[in-house]
Design a protein around this ligand. Structure first.
Ligand code: PMP
Length: 428
């Protein structure tokens, strides 16, 4: 099918100057020009339902963020080596959302930088370099984090100090006690590191295993694994770039669903609702091993404008009750999506926490055979229904449904109706 002329032109211009590392979504790329709340508009004025964006987490172009950024921008923005209240006021508010043991905050601009620093902290604290991540993890684009990001594929070699564990996937792992099973996975990899003369430094994980296919697991499933991590002298780094900031409904932070306290928490995407700001939150005694030795300066990290955006996000989550909203609306979406299993044989599993849902497509429900081709066709068909989302998981067969928290009950029909029609048309 021929692409519309303007889309073809822009796509060509893009690859001419940006190169081939940049990948676009969709066979016919979407050219967006406007966003508001949970909606997006393309250059032709067509409206889309955004079911993928956790960057504009409290809603595209949220007026509170716009006002806060505009106001601070008019007064001052500078690098971060002068005194300023914003960074301190925000830190007080942010630390109040975390377990009391986590009492230090550092700021940067991307999730990659936060995880990169977290790995250096793990090295300094443990004296080791062995890092365990999940099978399909993505933790960033820096040298250290890309070496711990199997999601980047075979073109990106893993560091020799990286070890992979299968995630606690309730749908695919047949274990009576999934928590014990997962703790054993971790122990096996710690042992393998030791067998290769590599001292264990830490377990770095996104507690909802987004890129592994969105695996919320039963609450508490990580508990035994984190005990194993600590018993072996390592730290647990909770990568909250995806599940953080009220996304999972049950809790403000993804790790809290599992009743564990991380040693280090990293944040990104939703923190500034689109303004680049990320953070590393840590227990002071864990951080000290690094921060007592090495200076850290991040030119833009924690600047007054970034902090203004982040403050507006936190305030809005509270004022608009977005955590309870995510829990309530997420549960309704989940129930309606689960109902599609009755009429569509290809829906293998539907799972989620709050407004973070995985919808797994299989060619055979009995054998749970992943159907990647169908998932890709469904994504394209949903685009035609003007519903934007994407896929995740090692087999690329899980629809990742993660709308801005501005998603409303009234939007459910659009999403579920569109999915129902697409599956009727394409499903096997
Ligand atoms: N961790 C996770 C879990 C992520 O999803 C991402 C981004 N996809 C990152 C880290 C890296 O964040 P950034 O792109 O802001 O560097």
């Amino acid at each position: 099918e021929a692409l519309p002329a303007d889309i073809r032109r822009l796509t060509q211009r893009r690859s001419d100057v940006l190169g081939e590392s940049y990948r676009l979504f969709y066979r016919e790329p979407v050219h967006l020009v406007k966003g508001q709340g949970q909606y997006l508009w393309d250059a032709e004025g067509k409206q889309y339902l955004d079911v993928y964006n956790n960057v504009a987490s409290i809603g595209h172009c949220h007026p509170a963020v716009i006002a806060a950024v505009h106001d601070q921008m008019q007064k001052l923005n500078t690098h971060t080596r002068y005194l300023h209240e914003r960074i301190l006021d925000y830190t007080d508010e942010l630390l109040a959302t975390l377990p009391a043991e986590i009492d230090r905050a550092m700021y940067m601009c991307t999730g990659s930088e936060a995880n990169d620093l977290a790995m250096r902290v793990a090295y300094a604290y443990s004296g080791g370099t062995g890092i365990i991540v999940s099978q399909e993890a993505y933790h960033g684009t820096s040298y250290l984090t890309s070496g711990a990001s199997p999601a980047l594929g075979s073109g990106q070699p893993l560091a020799p100090t990286t070890r992979l564990v299968s995630p606690p996937d309730r749908y695919r792992v047949d274990a009576e006690d999934l928590g014990a099973w997962f703790a054993n996975e971790i122990q096996r990899q710690i042992d393998d590191l030791a067998a290769h003369g590599i001292k264990f430094a830490g377990f770095l994980a996104d507690s909802i295993f987004s890129s592994d296919g969105v695996l919320p697991g039963p609450p508490g499933v990580l508990k035994q694994a984190i005990d194993v991590v600590h018993a072996n002298g390592g730290i647990f780094i909770a990568d909250e770039v995806q599940p953080g900031f009220a996304r999972t409904g049950d809790a403000f932070w993804g790790f809290a669903r599992h009743g564990v306290v991380p040693d280090v928490v990293t944040t990104g995407k939703p923190m500034g609702n689109g303004i680049p700001v990320s953070g590393l939150l840590a227990k002071r005694e864990v951080l000290a091993a690094f921060s007592d030795q090495v200076p850290y300066f991040n030119t833009f990290g924690g600047n007054p404008v970034a902090m203004a955006a982040a403050q507006a996000v936190l305030t809005t989550i509270k004022e608009e009750n977005l955590q309870a909203h995510s829990q309530k609306v997420g549960a309704k979406v989940l129930a309606e999506l689960a109902a599609l299993q009755k009429t569509h044989e290809c829906v293998g599993d539907v799972r989620g926490a709050g407004l973070f849902i995985g919808f797994e497509l299989v060619s055979e429900r009995q054998n749970k055979t992943p159907d990647k081709a169908l998932a890709l066709d469904v994504i394209e068909a949903l685009r035609q229904e003007r519903v934007l989302t994407s896929v995740a998981g090692p087999h690329g067969n899980v629809l990742k449904l993660r709308p801005p928290l501005a998603f409303q009950e009234a939007d459910i029909d659009w999403l579920v109706g569109a999915l129902d029609r697409c599956l009727t048309r394409l499903g096997r």
